[in-house]
Design a protein around this ligand. Sequence first.
Ligand SMILES: Cc1cc2nc3c(=O)[nH]c(=O)nc-3n(C[C@H](O)[C@H](O)[C@H](O)COP(=O)(O)OP(=O)(O)OC[C@H]3O[C@@H](n4cnc5c(N)ncnc54)[C@H](O)[C@@H]3O)c2cc1C
Length: 545
Amino acid sequence: MSAPQVPAQPTRLPAPEPGWSDTTDVVVVGSGIAGLTTALQLRQTGLHVTVVTKVNIDDGSTRWAQGGIAAVLDPHDSPEAHAADTVKAGVGLCDPAAVDALVTEGPDRVRELIRFGAEFDRNPDGSLMLTREGGHTANRIVHAGGDATGAEVQRALHAAVRRDPWIRLIEHALVVDLLQADDHRVCGLTLHVLGEGTPDGVGAVYARAVVLATGGMGQVYQVTTNPSVSTGDGVAVALRAGATVTDLEFLQFHPTALFLPGGTGQQPLVSEALRGEGALLVDDDGKRFMVGQHELAELAPRDVVAKAINRVMRADDVDHVWLDARHLGSALESRFPTIVASCRAAGIDPVKDLIPVAPAAHYASGGVRTDLRGRTDVAGLYACGEVACTGVHGANRLASNSLLEGLVFARRIATDIAADLPPQPSPAARGGPGAVVDARVRADLQKAMTNGAGVLRSEQSLREVAATLTRLGASRATPDTTTWETSNLVTVATAMTAAAYARQETRGCHWREDFADAADHWRGHLLTRLDPHGTLRITFEEMRS
Ligand SMILES: Cc1cc2nc3c(=O)[nH]c(=O)nc-3n(C[C@H](O)[C@H](O)[C@H](O)COP(=O)(O)OP(=O)(O)OC[C@H]3O[C@@H](n4cnc5c(N)ncnc54)[C@H](O)[C@@H]3O)c2cc1C
């Protein structure tokens, strides 16, 4: 497989010996929609669950979701239509069985979320209000508080989890690595807790199964819609445990994040629901540029819109384009209060002004490879939500399918765990090379990834990124929460760069300047593994159907 020279990665992160331990049936890592729904579903099977989460319970991407959750809830819509839209966005790489599970089980999972306490926007007759987003051919997006869907979902799940005394929640808990038995079965994890009392410091949680629900990796880039916890930890942890990750090159850039001069890190999203309601993309001359690019114009799939915006930015030598929502008038404030508030905080009034927008790293379509039951290829290890690659999204995710994926696969994982939970295995001594990277390299890593492995990539740019990562990865430091996290960023960035280099075509959200078109012989997945010596190995697997 064609690959640039990428540096070896640690097969474990150095950490002090655990000073405390805890035992549970299942430990869930992460407290977004995927983690909390998995915990609630596991409780329905009677198991004891511990949820560990890096900062506060509400700090993942889930609470930032604006648009909503896609599900077939209108009698005029159909699972077949939802599947067709999903597969079209995925450009030949979706797993039909995973998509089928998503679209057929999705409506029941949304109803269940309502039973867990989530309140969605409704029409005067009490029916759910459904809207449309980019790439969807029917109105099938449920939303809450106008554009505050994620906040409502997180609120409801948080409350449901707090009501259950059999779910133990440990906040400020950064998972470092997995514990594995002699036969490699996962039997718990090591973590660092910033506690006032116990637990505190490095500890171990022993469990009969572990579910990674650690979300995305947007922080690998300079500008992202993702919060600060989205550093790809789950992918790095899974690689170090010997699991396969896949489709890492398909990192979706949201076409319209609010552009703030000099802004880095998490930036406010300007949801495509705004375009769904009629907002138009225009260049510096006020001219629409999506017409003629795609039959859905401003509502084309995200990669098409992001690429078109990039082309305009390059042609006009500008750092953003504009979104014109002025004609929506006062409806803007009632339907999109979050966007209006973000704009006004930046001195922009979308009722009167054009909104400056530019693409930002948004969603990882790839991740830890799972089967239809959420199992990874390491026994006892599951992955759910954005950290997972279930095969639903293929080369590009359809808008509002990710919250739904978390709901659908959380239930599948809980069912599988309850049906097949072994006695607690004993952990084996851990070996292999391990070192942590200096946290001060983070900004340089993000800059290199944005410049060379961002919306636009080429063999040359990816070689440059690989060289920079080699240099940055060589800086050494003492283990702590910042250096563990930075080491994860380096591992994830390196694996992404190697996959983006290997895939010599343009498909979905992977855009190679030197290979302008999709190629039939690339219809398949790049599988990445970390071997026991710390070398990343990439293989290609053709699509079976
Ligand atoms: C601005 C924005 C808008 C979006 N809008 C939509 C939308 O409208 N519809 C839609 O379907 N999707 C949307 N998405 C995507 C969607 O929100 C995410 O894909 C989804 O919320 C991911 O849920 P999750 O539970 O997998 O991860 P998250 O909600 O990100 O949760 C991950 C959790 O893992 C924890 N964690 C991470 N690393 C560690 C570690 N080492 N140790 C312990 N804990 C760890 C984090 O602290 C966090 O609690 C949006 C995303 C963003 C950023």
